[in-house]
Structure formats: structure tokens, C-alpha cells
Design a protein around this ligand. Sequence first.
Ligand SMILES: [Zn+2]
Length: 85
Amino acid sequence: MAKGWTFQSLIDEQMAVTAHCQTAPCHHRQVLDLVKLRDRFGPDAPAMEWDFKSKLKCSRCGGNKVGLIYTPDTSPTGYGKAKGG
Ligand SMILES: [Zn+2]
């Protein structure tokens, strides 16, 4: 997977990006608003973790050790899968 994400491609591919604070004991998690980020940085702005995580700050503790998790934003249809966790 050598693909470089942009904010627009994340939205197009229905990816969800979750920021998680790595500062103990905070470990705050926040799903990023990709539409808002795209409007701020532009649709072609690189959205890989190393590109913009330095711009992120934990909204709870203010720490700048923030990691990003990229997951397909799949909404279950038909099977009624319960979301774990
Ligand atoms: Zn935090």
C-alpha cells in the first residue's frame, strides 16, 4: 500500500480517521471531521499520518503526541452487525 491519502481521497473512499492521544493516562480518542479538514487544508493536501499529525493536538490534555488510525468507514447494511468495543 504505497498510496498517499489526500483528504478528498479519504472522503471518496469512505475512510474514517481517528486521532488518539498517546499521552498516558489521557488516551483521548476523536474521529476527525475530514470534510472540515479538507475545507481548511484543501482537497489535494496530503493526509498521511506523517504529513499532518504534527499539526494535531489533543483537545483534552493539549499533548502533541497524537497517533492516527485509518479505517474503512463501513456502515453495516442488512446483516445488523453490532459494533463491538
Ligand atoms: Zn490527551
